[in-house]
Design a protein around this ligand. Structure first.
Ligand code: PMP
Length: 397
């Protein structure tokens, strides 16, 4: 069979074809303004409920000014990897301040969050090791597992009996890493970290948390999932992205000096890829400074998220009421979900339709996310539109 046949006939291609046929294709909408609570998209005003800009720092004047200043001082790019010609004093400052803020000994930055997961897991786990992976972990963790050549065991989502059953089946002396998202990106639920840590201690495993959606959101001053549970010293590695609460792009690993020093010298995704651009590093650092100056911002984020959740519940809409700014609205069936997403966009609210393979068939949803800068009148307007659209019957069939 021709290698490219799949591009027109595999299940992904078929779903894509159908979405286009039914005029409910949901991807690659074009933003023509800043990432903000209300944006300009494809010529019209849209309330943004589909951004991970949780703290709203992408339009903060100090963060923007820091990006400009770094461009002026260091130029546009670094041309190479941290390992050789791509280390700026700015990278070192960012790493030092992130480690101090989160309570870890050391920090290593990479150019995206995705790359950070590859850099950590592919280096730290080898063919004789075991990775225990929550089934709903992010795609980058799955890909990192493949790159590691380790034996990968998936446990049912946040199911501690299943995790323990798997731990019992692994040779006692083998190296083991339990990896979990801190906050799960689709449904917004928080991992069962105390139980995970207890199991790790019982079975001699290490723990890694992907805190892409927990940092800036949970814990004292937004320090993240491990701090939320008071377990920073029990989480061996925390991974962050800068693309969400820190309003930039990039990622980092937080861990001990011993692990970070070794990884800096052996991790291929880290060594063989160019480092963060000066303006990306500077904006992430400035956003961190803004978070430190304004430690109540994560509380404001949660307050507006709760206000939104209450509005949806009062309107009779089925959601998961997680203690995070991710609010999933259930729409169940794939084409209905795409239809509702499109209709909401036309009516002035942007949400992210989540369909298979990102969720189980029949459990599709509209993923909505809040920013600390959303206001109650804007949220009232959004709830009104969402409720009105959800009362309609999809007419795509
Ligand atoms: N981990 C999680 C849980 C994520 O949601 C994401 C991005 N959506 C990543 C890692 C990758 O981060 P980045 O977009 O910064 O590459």
């Amino acid at each position: 069979m021709d290698l490219f046949q799949k591009c027109i006939s595999d299940p992904n291609a078929e779903r894509l074809h159908m979405a286009r046929e039914l005029n409910v294709y949901p991807y690659f909408h074009v933003l023509e303004s800043r990432q903000a609570p209300v944006v300009q998209m494809e010529g019209h005003r849209v309330i943004m409920l589909g951004s991970n800009n949780y703290l709203g720092f992408t339009e903060d004047p100090e963060v923007i000014a820091a990006g400009h200043a770094a461009l002026d001082k260091y130029g546009t790019g670094v041309s190479g990897s941290r390992f050789l010609n791509g280390t700026l004093d700015l990278h070192l400052q960012l790493e030092k301040e992130l480690a101090a803020f989160t309570g870890y000994e050391d920090c290593m930055t990479c150019s995206t969050g995705f790359q950070t997961n590859l850099a950590i897991i592919s280096a730290i786990c080898g063919k004789d090791d075991y990775i225990l992976n929550d089934r709903e972990n992010h795609a980058s963790i799955y890909d990192a597992c493949r790159l590691s050549f380790a034996k990968v065991m998936r446990y049912r989502h946040s199911n501690m009996e299943d995790l323990e059953r798997i731990l019992q089946s692994i040779p006692k002396t083998a190296g083991k890493l339990i990896v979990t998202d801190g906050v799960f990106s689709m449904r917004g639920d928080i991992c069962k970290l105390p139980e995970i840590v207890a199991l790790a201690q019982k079975y001699g495993a290490r723990v890694m948390v992907d805190d892409a959606h927990g940092f800036g959101v949970l814990g004292p001053g937004g320090r993240g999932t491990a701090a939320y549970f008071g377990l920073t010293d029990k989480v061996d590695i925390t991974m962050l992205t800068f693309s969400k609460s820190l309003a930039s792009i990039g990622g980092c690993m937080l861990t001990s000096h011993k692990v970070a020093d070794w990884l800096r010298h052996v991790s291929r995704p880290f060594i063989f890829s160019a480092s963060l651009t000066p303006s990306s590093a500077a904006t992430a650092l400035a956003a961190l400074h803004r978070l430190i100056q304004d430690p109540e911002r994560p509380t404001r984020l949660m307050n507006i998220a709760k206000y939104f959740q209450k509005g949806l519940i009062n309107a009779g809409i089925r959601i998961i009421e997680a203690p995070t700014p991710i609010v999933p609205i259930f729409t169940y069936e794939t084409m209905d979900t795409l239809w509702y997403g499109k209709k909401m966009f036309e009516e002035g609210v942007y949400v992210n339709p989540v369909i298979t393979p990102a969720c189980v068939e029949g459990e599709c949803l509209l993923r909505t996310t809040l920013m600390a800068t959303h206001t109650e009148p804007v949220i009232d307007e959004a709830v009104g539109i969402i409720a009105r659209v959800l009362r309609e019957k999809p007419d795509h069939k």
